[in-house]
Design a protein around this ligand. Structure first.
Ligand code: GLA
Length: 738
């Protein structure tokens, strides 16, 4: 049993393999948090609840003159605004009389096996009833406003998912000003907060800071989870590193505006909350209606960040990603964007595909520019009809030729957008987000369609379906190249305009879900100006996401490193592109570009016709190498061996049975007269001896085989590598498996 309820003590205990999460129904019916951390096999943590007299802290009415029970300092499961807890609330409700104090008390609970899906929202699922769920109903003490809290336990991943819904059982409408998805209260203030910040073409850099009194918030009000901050954060002990220390990872399964807030209070306690950003959110809840907040996933590691990331990787691969490519090796692709930009036609694409097929590449992705009269980024979004000047034989004609080469065809869409210069905009200007009487803002010369409207979503479903039916298209890249501004919808009354950002995200999910159902064999890759919507919400629909518009292998070391804290390698779209690189002007050896790109959903994005014979051969062998090692990369455990800011960047994959591993090393700064570093490997079997295979000559002579114990404890000395950005890939195979 993963979820236990002790009726005499009124304590709920959620057990995973290595963690315990515990809370209780206190006097007066409040849900008080007791403990989340290293596993307690028995007993309870209710003794940790502080009951001092703090005269200046308010107390519930029933407490009378007993001043020892105050929500001002007690740890809570789902705090609400205006009710004596002055820290960040999860719930803020406005009642018709203008008041906003909602006083949530326990009503009932049930524990059941399995996990319900969330209507219209992404959610983890459990395989074969392998998890248990606890539902708790709370209700405002004065009005029948109910909150349903859901906790599902994923035992082996040390993970707990949380979500909640609010039900209005009154006879009048109320407004929800905030409905966050989770709260975690900790007794101390000794935590580091790790967040993943960035910008277009440089996403998910790691930032780590010690918490101090007050609120530390990372958020987005851009309408997408954004390049700028990611809806995944970590709280950890200050001494935590890859191999040690307690860490808590929190992921919000949501692709729109979010807020993650870590707050140290007056008593040096820490509150963490996460959910839809209350800024730009106000939801009218009519009588009988309910509101579903997105799901968060909490995972706990007693042994450092490496273990934490591993838990998220397995969870997202097995319990979040869906579809026929969930466990299958995704086709190695070539995308024409950096090869041609808008300047291509059928002949050019076929020539690229011919070269690609010789190299073992399996899918040609025709990127932006195949529709309407889109010869630059100022036109035609919304007009999803083939440009016959570029593709005289239509999509079907192109597809037949590509299929004839033994390759699949994929295409690019940007469904959420419309160009001012488009048939769609001329016909349905009212379909974009804009405020009447205010000039509309452009971003990348385009407007955002109002996905909160079902007629807009229906229209796109039909027009995209028509394209997908018209040829044997086996892959779709779903892009989103600007953030929302002036998010006002003609589809809802003024009092519901605060719902538009969330309704927009629901519209995106709705369209994706319908397309996935209608085209179950198509692989969808997410994208938003590169990695501007790289979140667990999107992974539910698109099992891989274009990691960044920055294809420079050296910058990618940092981007993929940051991304790896939550997201598995198989989800990171990652391509070898031309040199000098189009974003940075840097030149990096092809081998290094290959090693970096194959640590993700592997592909190419360059004009193969421009390469010489030697380079083409090298590309063919990179593709071979990737296919050979795919199981390790796509399904193995991932380890960060260094951080990417030093002179050497190294990471490793190891099979779950510890029989095989792949170590990747890139020297980002060669140094004169230096002793090369030692890397302590991970995920091997201490008792086994490994055969080490590497194409580096010096290295080959030095290491022939070595024990797992030596490689993990003493380490592996890498050879001195010279020049600009050299790299090594080392394959290890347990001796008895050869
Ligand atoms: C975005 C994507 C790119 C490419 C262009 C096309 O920037 O991230 O990969 O598809 O759009 O316009």
């Amino acid at each position: 049993m993963a979820i236990l309820y002790d009726n005499s003590k009124k304590i709920f205990t959620l057990q995973t393999q290595d963690s315990t999460y515990q809370f209780c129904i206190s006097q007066f019916g409040y849900l008080l948090h007791l403990y989340y951390g290293r596993k307690m096999e028995y007993g309870d943590a209710s003794g940790l609840i502080h009951t001092g007299d703090h005269g200046f802290c308010p107390c519930p009415n029933e407490a009378k003159d007993d001043r020892t029970f105050s929500l001002d300092f007690l740890p809570q499961e789902y705090p609400s605004l205006g009710n004596g807890d002055y820290r960040t609330p999860c719930l803020a409700v406005s009642y018709p009389n203008g008041s906003s104090a909602c006083d949530l008390r326990y009503v009932s609970h049930r524990i059941f096996s399995g996990k319900p899906a969330l209507n219209g929202l992404p959610a983890l699922y459990c395989n074969e009833g392998s998890c248990e769920t606890l539902e708790i109903i709370l209700q405002d003490s004065s009005e029948p406003i109910e909150v349903h809290l859901f906790y599902s336990v994923f035992e082996t991943q040390n993970a707990i998912s949380r979500s909640c819904s609010v039900v209005n059982k009154t006879r009048h409408a109320v407004f929800l000003d905030s409905v966050l998805s989770c709260c975690m209260d900790f007794y101390g203030d000794h935590y580091d907060f790790m967040t993943f910040y960035g910008r277009h073409a440089m996403e998910r850099s790691v930032e780590r800071r010690r918490l101090t009194h007050g609120k530390t918030v990372v958020d987005s009000v851009r309408g997408a989870s954004s390049h700028q901050q990611n809806p995944f954060v970590i709280l950890c002990e200050p001494n935590a590193d890859e191999d040690k220390g307690e860490c808590y990872g929190i992921s919000l399964l949501y692709s729109g505006n979010f807020a993650a807030c870590a707050e140290v209070d007056q008593f040096d306690q820490t509150r963490f909350t996460m959910g839809i950003n209350p800024n730009l959110f106000r939801w009218k809840l009519a009588p009988g209606e309910s509101f579903q907040a997105p799901e968060t996933v909490l995972s706990y590691s007693p042994e450092g960040l490496g273990m934490l990331s591993g838990q998220f990787h397995t969870l997202f691969r097995n319990n979040l990603c869906r579809g026929c490519y969930k466990d299958r090796r995704r086709p190695v692709l070539i995308n024409n964007w950096e090869a041609t930009y808008f300047d291509f036609n059928e002949d050019k694409l076929v020539r690229i595909a011919e070269e690609a097929s010789k190299a073992g590449i399996e899918l040609l992705v025709m990127d932006d520019g195949w529709f309407g009269s889109r010869n630059n980024d100022c036109t035609s979004l919304g007009d999803w009809t083939v440009n016959r000047k570029k593709l005289p034989n239509g999509l079907d004609g192109l597809c037949r030729k590509i299929n004839g080469l033994g390759m699949k065809l994929g295409i690019w869409f940007e469904p959420e957008m419309v160009s001012e210069n488009s048939e769609l905009y001329r016909k349905h200007g009212e379909w974009c987000l804009r405020i009447p009487g205010r000039p509309n803002q452009r971003g990348r010369s385009q407007f955002v369609l109002d996905f909160s409207r079902s007629d807009v979503v229906d229209y796109l479903f039909n027009s995209i379906s028509e394209v997908l039916h018209s040829a044997n298209i086996e892959y779709v890249k779903w892009d989103m190249n600007r953030h929302l501004t002036q998010a006002w919808s003609a589809g809802v009354p003024a009092e519901r305009e605060g719902e538009v950002y969330h309704r927009y995200v629901l519209g995106v999910y709705n369209l994706l879900e319908r397309l996935l159902k209608a085209f179950p064999n198509i692989l969808f890759e997410g994208c938003a100006g590169g990695g501007g919507r790289f979140d667990a919400g999107m992974l539910y629909y698109t099992p891989q996401i274009w990691c960044s518009d920055n294809t420079d292998a050296i910058d990618r070391l940092e981007i993929q490193y940051g991304t790896s804290f939550a997201y598995p390698a198989c989800s990171m779209g990652s391509h070898v592109s031309a040199c000098p690189n189009h974003q940075t002007g840097r030149s990096v050896p092809l081998k290094t570009r290959g090693i970096v790109a194959m640590s993700g959903a592997f592909g190419f994005e360059l004009d193969l016709e421009k390469l010489n014979a030697g380079e083409k051969e090298e590309i063919a062998s990179l593709v071979k190498q990737y296919k050979k090692y795919y199981k390790l990369i796509g399904r193995g455990n991932y380890y960060r061996l260094t951080d990417p800011h030093g002179c050497v960047s190294a990471w490793q994959f190891a099979s779950a049975d510890r029989k095989e591993a792949l170590v990747n090393i890139v020297v980002t700064r060669a140094r004169a007269n230096a002793i090369p570093p030692v890397l302590k490997l991970e995920g091997l079997d201490e008792a086994k001896s490994y055969r080490i295979v590497c194409d580096d000559l010096e290295f080959k002579d030095y290491y022939k085989d070595c024990s797992g114990s030596a490689l993990m404890n003493a380490g592996l000395r890498i050879p001195n590598l010279y020049g600009d950005y050299p790299s090594l890939q080392i394959h290890l195979l347990a001796e008895d498996d050869q």
